[in-house]
Ligand binder design. Sequence first.
Ligand SMILES: [Zn+2]
Length: 142
Amino acid sequence: MDLEKRKRFLTQIKRVKSGCHEWLGTIYKNGYGAFWYENHQQLAHRAAWNLLKNESIPAGKCVLHRCDNRSCVNPEHLYIGTRADNNRDTMERSPRRTPFAQVQKARELVASGVSQRKVAAEIGVSQAQISKYVRFKDRVLR
Ligand SMILES: [Zn+2]
């Protein structure tokens, strides 16, 4: 029976270059996907955790995005955290929310030996921001 739901879920995603699985179904105003599941409309990324990881979400915990893309339901881009983690993520990433693809590009350039200062100039963010992308590398699975 879960297989059926899983199948239904998987027909509603689009795999994009960044590695994200974008939700093609309903998207809430806040950017999260919605999936009708177990008699409720649920957040699609939470349903992804249940259905694709085959794990339940511990009570009171949140499913968070490593990729900063709220409509993404790739289980590899999701992790379990607390509400506090969620708030902290939001604070770390705002006010400047850089598209994930750009963050990846910055990481690649730095990894290939380009100085953080140069990468910052090219992408148009501060060097401190580049340093942050590099330091938080372990947050993103590729
Ligand atoms: Zn993603």
